[in-house]
Design a protein around this ligand. Structure first.
Ligand SMILES: [Mg+2]
Length: 446
């Protein structure tokens, strides 16, 4: 209700004197006043101007106050207007009647002006409060409706989303799981209920998460791991399906914002991502021309194999080799021929280096390195001989060579008495140099 607009009041009385008196007084009090001298006219005016309140005389010719009131209350546009009866009658039946037809109050004649004012203000205040209440209720209903819509949308998202969403209690037992969880892990929703979250993990994650919940570490401030764990947005882990197959997942655990006794777990299948990562890793470890391992791979793995050999007290054979007079080959036949030659030599080497633990890498322009774990002196010499023979057998014409075809020189070192992988590398390098000095197309054992 706008405060700058004065309240409007309709006075209905068949006595001219009363009308004049009340009109003057209520206008003086700041109301907008309309007047009617009988019921019929009152109803007409009320429908037309919708007053904020009606003062209604009971005793009138024609339709009396009660009937007027009934008609006003039966009409949609006027039913909410508060009506105060003005009456000279004081018997109980009339008063009961006044309220039963819809009046909100009554004033006895002869009236006191200030009493009228007080009762009018009282009703207007009640009306204002009612209107505010109705508005609040309306807003509340709108909010509820909005909330319901959001809730429905959220439910849809939970149902349709490809990520697994799980609600857990404090013991880590599953309370709810969305359809994605069933799909990811192969369980039915029913089978998942009350099952511990750890069931969905492969080791070592299963034990890790089982402990996390069973020790109630989630709640313990001392267990920093747990608190941190909770804050980790994307922890990688291994999921385990019903059929025991494993797959990489990204796992997040958060407190349920709407229920502090519950946790929400979000599970994202990262198989595709991991495969891509693996492919990428392979790409960065492979020489694009020969498809052999590259220098980076060699450096990463040589040291590991070396250390393993030291631990197991097994021999490691190491071969450094390069293509003889390759610069002259390039100068004579061009770089395309040079690349083709490298590819053919690489393929030829690859044929003889086939054990899973062996490394064959192109580590420079025409330089290759071979690491052969658990290989004896006799074994590596046999391989070196074969490599040399096979490359020569490729019969790649090389006019500048005294053999007239492409050949390789090899330096071999065996690691059982050397102190470090660097020394082994150096020994093989030196042996290779000697092989070159001694006329190429041969191997030298350091
Ligand atoms: Mg009268």
């Amino acid at each position: 209700m706008n405060k700058t607009t004065p309240n409007s009041i309709l006075i209905v009385d068949d006595t001219q004197e009363n009308l004049a008196l009340l009109t003057e007084f209520l206008q003086y009090k700041g109301y907008q006043v309309s007047a009617a001298r009988d019921g019929k006219r009152a109803i007409k005016i009320a429908k037309y101007i919708s007053p904020d309140l009606i003062l209604l005389d009971i005793m009138m010719p024609g339709i009396d106050g009660f009937e007027t009131c009934k008609q006003l209350k039966s009409c949609d546009s006027t039913k909410d207007i508060p009506i105060i009866f003005i009456t000279a009658k004081t018997d109980m039946d009339d008063l009961v009647m006044a309220f039963s037809v819809g009046g909100v109050d009554y004033i006895n004649k002869p009236f006191h002006k200030e009493e009228i004012f007080a009762r009018i203000e009282n009703q207007l205040q009640i009306q204002r409060l009612n209107q505010q209440l109705a508005a609040s209720e309306f807003n509340l209903r709108e909010l509820l409706c909005e909330y319901q819509q959001q809730s429905d949308q959220l439910q849809q998202i939970v149902t349709l989303v490809v990520d697994g969403l799980i609600e857990l209690n404090r013991s880590g037992n599953i309370q709810h799981a969305n359809p994605a969880v069933e799909k990811l892990f192969g369980y039915s929703a029913k089978a998942l209920h009350s099952v511990n979250l750890s069931r969905l993990f492969a080791e070592p994650y299963a034990t890790q998460y089982k402990n996390l919940f069973s020790h109630n570490e989630l709640e313990s401030t001392k267990q920093g791991i747990f608190k941190e764990e909770l804050n980790v947005k994307n922890a990688e882990a291994l999921g385990k399906r019903l059929d025991d197959t494993e797959f990489p997942i990204e796992f997040s655990l958060i407190k349920n914002p709407s229920n502090k006794n519950m946790y929400l777990a979000i599970i994202h299948d990262i198989t595709i991502f991991k495969n891509k990562e693996e492919q990428l890793l392979q790409l960065t470890n492979i020489d694009p021309l020969t498809k052999l391992s590259n220098r980076r791979y060699f450096d990463d793995h040589f040291e590991k194999i070396w250390l393993q050999g030291q631990r197991n007290k097994t021999q490691i054979a190491f071969i450094m080799l390069d293509i003889d007079l390759f610069k002259q080959f390039n100068d004579t036949y061009g770089h395309q021929a040079g690349d083709d030659c490298l590819k053919k030599v690489a393929q030829s080497l690859q044929k003889n280096i086939k054990r899973p633990g062996d490394i064959l890498a192109r580590i420079g322009g025409e330089e290759f390195a071979i690491v052969l774990p658990e290989t004896s002196k006799e074994g590596v010499i046999k391989i070196a001989e074969q490599l040399k023979k096979d490359v020569q057998a490729l019969q790649i014409t090389h006019s500048a060579s005294s053999y007239k075809v492409i050949t390789i020189s090899l330096g071999i070192a065996i690691a059982d008495s050397y102190q470090s992988s660097n020394i082994l590398h150096q020994m093989a390098d030196d042996a290779l140099y000697q092989a070159k000095q001694s006329g190429r197309n041969q191997y030298i054992l350091a």
